[in-house]
Write a protein that binds this ligand. Structure first.
Ligand SMILES: *[C@@H]1O[C@H](CO)[C@@H](O)[C@H](O)[C@H]1NC(C)=O
Ligand SMILES: *[C@@H]1O[C@H](CO)[C@@H](O)[C@H](O)[C@H]1NC(C)=O
Ligand SMILES: *[C@@H]1O[C@H](CO)[C@@H](O)[C@H](O)[C@H]1NC(C)=O
Length: 289
């Protein structure tokens, strides 16, 4: 009897040790991508009547080369739903992030281990993402933590937002200015003035001013800001969110758009410059807290 308990204890402690030594703790991303915006970036694919169906298509499968930064700022192997511990007030499902990452891995061997930093929150408008606001600070904080936890480089922001700004004419009219300012602010706070931004143009929305938002999104002409169009991608029966199938098409669209940007890597040198910029990012992040 005693020896049985002893054996159980032993194997339990073995399990714990193996778990702690799992390779993910050692894995560190080389290329970091920030995911931000509202529900379609967070992911609602497969969410019906308040439950996620749990279906993960092959395009969105986990891979040891794809990590995510958890809400506790730890790197772990990424799996759907990517935003489960971030967009906590909603039921999360499949978004574009995993399909994006799997496409990048397949098409560009130089990207190395990918680190996703989920930051999207459902139902948020562009004003809530303004510099100094809670969502903005959280994103910049998490971006800073992502760099500190392993020293990868932030390669791009994937941004899918706008539906919440389709309802008032005033908001819709101001959208382009606000969005440009947001891109400008994030890039300057991440010390990466031409950081690639891949955004998604809305196909439709509940408010009457979808066309104004869409036009604003497509008209933004800033270096390395690209726009992929969600027009024609299938919504869920709720009419409000992309299905899992649509997200598996959107992910590769975002990836292809990113891979077309031939921007030089932001300070790739392993020397002083990189440490220098990380040092400042660190200070900034602390300052914003
Ligand atoms: C969701 O709810 C609707 C109406 O309540 C019902 O008709 C439908 O079958 C439900 N779908 C699922 C997948 O449970
Ligand atoms: C944006 O969302 C916030 C919080 O839901 C709300 O208070 C605000 O009125 C919305 N619109 C603008 C333009 O701030
Ligand atoms: C999600 O994306 C689809 C396709 O662009 C769009 O029609 C819908 O309004 C979006 N929903 C939200 C809540 O952003």
């Amino acid at each position: 009897m005693f020896s049985l308990v002893w054996l159980m204890l032993l194997s339990y402690s073995n399990l714990v040790t193996t778990h702690n030594l799992s390779p993910h703790n050692a894995l560190q991303p080389k290329s970091i991508f920030i995911l931000a915006g509202q529900s379609n970036m967070s992911g609602r694919g497969g969410v019906l009547n308040g439950t996620w169906d749990g279906v993960v298509p092959p395009e969105c499968r986990p891979d040891p080369m794809i990590l995510r930064l958890s809400s506790e700022l730890k790197w772990e192997e990424a799996r759907e739903p990517l935003h489960a511990d971030i967009d906590v007030d909603k039921i999360c499902g499949v978004g574009p992030g995993m399909a994006f990452s799997n496409t990048i891995l397949r098409k560009d061997s130089g990207t190395g281990v990918i680190g996703l930093v989920p930051c999207a929150i459902g139902g948020t408008n562009i004003s809530e993402w303004r510099r100094g606001g809670r969502l903005y600070n959280q994103m910049v904080d998490r971006a800073g933590a992502a760099v500190r936890a392993g020293g990868g480089l932030i390669r791009a922001i994937l941004w899918y937002q706008g539906e919440s700004d389709t309802e008032s004419h005033e908001d819709a009219k101001l959208y382009k200015k606000r969005l440009e300012k947001f891109f400008h602010d994030v890039r300057s706070d991440l010390l990466s003035p031409v950081l690639p931004v891949i955004q998604v143009a809305l196909a439709s929305g509940l408010g009457p001013y979808v066309d104004v938002i869409r036009k604003a999104q497509k008209e933004i002409k800033l270096p390395n800001v690209r726009c992929v169009d969600a027009y024609g991608l299938q919504p869920e029966p709720d009419g409000l969110h992309l299905t899992t199938a649509a997200q598996t098409r959107l992910g590769p669209m975002l990836a292809d758009s990113f891979l077309k940007i031939t921007a030089p890597l932001p300070v790739q040198s392993s020397g002083g410059a990189k440490r220098f910029s990380h040092f400042f990012l660190d200070i900034l992040v602390r300052w914003f807290r």
